[in-house]
Design a protein around this ligand. Structure first.
Ligand SMILES: [Zn+2]
Length: 187
């Protein structure tokens, strides 16, 4: 999955495949038309979930589980029209191949080329496999994060072990003072 933050200059995502960057570096002298072409290409190859904010994905997941999609029908290649029950009833057009061409009548998405929770709910309803794949993926990320955290703690432990007593006393005093300062900021 790509990072949510794209570079405002290039429109590229930091975690986009290297090939996209190479193409960008080779072509950047040709100016903004190429840049925009690559930006569109990058977004086109991204899935709905990658384009959406985390909040929209999780709310959409809730809507999917709560069966808030009232009805849907195919509307072309990888495209679907659906009705989703949210705060009120919204009309969603889903374009899976080109997520940013999807539309929804909700206030969040209207005219903004964003992926909202209603689109995600519709997507998961049409493709339940995508919902379970996503949950599995999140599970794996959490396990990786946990592993990285344990490794980090072990690294710190080794670092502390190598310190002399006077170094430790000095650092501990610094840490106490910093804690005190932080507490004062909240008072
Ligand atoms: Zn919406």
């Amino acid at each position: 999955m790509f990072s949510k933050l794209n570079d405002p200059e290039t429109g590229l995502y930091p975690d986009a495949p290297i090939s996209v960057y190479k193409l960008f570096l080779v072509e950047q002298a040709n100016g903004w038309i190429i840049q925009n072409a690559i930006r569109v290409k990058t977004e086109d190859t991204m899935g709905l979930i990658e384009v959406a904010s985390g909040e929209s994905v999780w709310r959409g997941m809730d809507y999917y589980k709560e069966q808030k999609v009232l009805r849907w029908e195919p509307a072309g290649y990888e495209q679907f029209d659906g009705t989703v029950q949210g705060e009120s009833i919204y009309q969603v057009h889903l374009d899976i191949a080109h997520p940013r061409r999807s539309t929804c009548s909700c206030p969040f998405a209207k005219g903004r080329r964003v992926v909202c929770k209603h689109m995600i709910a519709l997507y998961f309803t049409i493709r339940p496999q995508a919902a379970s794949d996503f949950l599995k993926q999140v599970d794996e990320w959490e396990k990786e994060e946990e592993k990285a955290r344990k490794a980090h703690i072990e690294e710190l432990r080794q670092y502390v072990k190598r310190m002399s007593k006077s170094e430790l006393q000095e650092k501990y005093l610094d840490a106490l003072l910093e804690l005190e300062e932080r507490r004062n900021q909240y008072w």
